[in-house]
Design a protein around this ligand. Structure first.
Ligand code: PBG
Length: 324
């Protein structure tokens, strides 16, 4: 033993205060963006069965929800709309009085400082459940861009602070940037779902948002989970087109991608901790198989360590409470 030489890493782990001194990554309330599902109708606060703790909320119940969110110290939300009516062209997505537009106006009036992110997509609003215009069974790219730009402008007019296009048509950042600028919204940033995989982890969200495609799947526009270089091409295009933030989605199975995107591009990186990632933890926790708080904190801290600056997560309220 006497002649052995080795490094003593345990020196820096010997007490909680010593560990705190050398901790490299910190999760803060400011990192969290909380997703909300706003639904048309009255007096609705309906649990989403596959996502315990997540609710469909109608406008008349939004104040109570926002009071809770604000009192927890959460500073940003992302709004998803569940409209009463759907049609081929997703008209409710860009209607002046669409559910997201109304909810945005309401929240900004109530809490002007709250950063409201508007998810910009068509799938919740189209009868076929696809993220673009459908013709002869094909999802059309370029004609969809006009509708996305229209949607973004209507959301900005309602007061949205950030536009978050999630629909994965080529050129959507360019089209939305152009549309926003033309309408005078040069200061409204775009948080692009730049790297969005075609993932089974979105299953519970599609129950929640009623956005399951009625035929086929999203694999002609969302990315193949097997691809890494393609993610870098997607992120590069979006930066060139004017994206201000880059989302990587889902989070947990794509930490390698998150790290590479962070290292290669000079823009804030956002991890989307998606519905399936949430539901798996909830199910295991409800069975008493895991310690929910510890697992959630470990997961979200790991996302930051992997390069995420911000995290969109259904756990935001829980985490904000734990951090208090
Ligand atoms: C809409 C959209 C989806 C999610 C966010 N925006 C679903 C999809 O692409 O099918 C998924 C979010 C989640 O699973 O939490 N395009």
């Amino acid at each position: 033993m006497k002649d052995l030489t080795f490094n003593r890493h345990r020196r820096l782990r010997q007490s909680e205060n010593m560990r705190a001194l050398v901790r490299e990554t910190h999760l803060r309330k400011e990192d969290l963006i909380y997703p909300l599902f706003v639904v048309e109708g009255e007096n609705i606060r309906k649990a989403v069965p596959s996502m315990p703790g997540v609710f469909h909320i109608s406008m008349d119940n939004l104040k109570a929800e926002m009071d809770e969110i604000a009192s927890l110290g959460i500073k940003s939300i992302i709004l998803f709309g569940v409209p009463a009516e759907k049609d081929e062209l997703g008209k409710q997505a860009y209607h002046e009085h669409g559910i997201v537009q109304r909810a945005t106006r309401f929240v900004k009036e109530l809490y002007p400082e709250m950063v409201v992110v508007a998810d910009t997509c068509l799938c919740q609003y189209t009868s076929h459940g696809h993220c673009g215009i459908v013709k002869d069974g094909k999802i059309l790219n370029d004609p969809t861009l006009d509708l996305l730009a229209k949607t973004a402008v209507s959301q900005a007019e309602a007061g949205a602070d950030i536009i978050a296009p999630s629909n994965m048509m080529d050129g959507f950042v360019a089209a939305i940037r152009h549309g926003l600028d033309e309408a005078g919204f040069t200061d409204v940033p775009i948080m692009s779902y730049a790297v969005k995989y075609s993932s089974s982890f979105y299953g519970p969200f599609r129950d929640a948002a009623h956005s399951t495609p009625q035929f086929g799947d999203r694999r002609t526009y969302q990315m193949d989970p097997a691809n890494r270089l393609e993610a870098l091409r997607e992120a590069k295009s979006d930066i060139e087109e004017g994206a201000d933030f880059l989302i990587v989605k889902p989070a947990l199975s794509y930490m390698d991608i998150m790290r590479e995107v962070k290292d290669r591009f000079n823009a804030p990186v956002v991890a989307y901790n998606v519905s399936g990632e949430y539901s798996m933890v909830k199910a295991a926790a409800e069975n008493g198989w895991i310690n929910e708080q510890e697992i959630v904190m470990e997961k979200l801290t790991s996302m930051k360590r992997a390069g995420a600056d911000l995290i969109i997560t259904y756990f935001a309220k829980d985490v904000a409470g734990w951090l208090s």
